[in-house]
Design a protein around this ligand. Structure first.
Ligand code: SF4
Ligand code: SF4
Length: 96
């Protein structure tokens, strides 16, 4: 079952603990931290803490990822569609 799940969903999940894409971002965006905060929000129900953590990134957030060619995505060895996930995370974690 685990192997099947990995085959089906593996490309969708950021490994979080890994930092392979980190050096590829010219803006120094902490991709794995943002994915971790999004996990806190979505899977652990810790919305306020996740949003506070994300706000703590200041200008190193994912607000401008839409205008980027997606260097991090190209660098991910797991094929995670990270650019879209970052934009979704930004919407979810940004305080109104
Ligand atoms: S997007 Fe890929 S390379 Fe970057 S932290 Fe997640 S799994 Fe690792
Ligand atoms: S989409 Fe571009 S700006 Fe955003 S984290 Fe990836 S490389 Fe950095």
């Amino acid at each position: 079952m685990l192997a099947e799940g990995r085959k089906t969903f593996g490309d969708l999940n950021c490994r979080i603990g890994c930092t392979h894409c980190q050096g590829a971002c010219p803006r120094g965006i902490p991709v794995n931290s943002i994915m971790r905060y999004e996990y806190y929000f979505r899977a652990q129900g810790r919305e306020k803490a996740a949003m506070a953590d994300y706000a703590g990134l200041g200008a190193r957030n994912a607000a401008d990822c839409a205008d980027c060619p997606g260097y991090c995505e190209a660098a991910c060895p797991h094929g995670v569609p990270i650019q879209g996930k970052l934009l979704l995370a930004h919407d979810r974690l940004t305080m109104a």
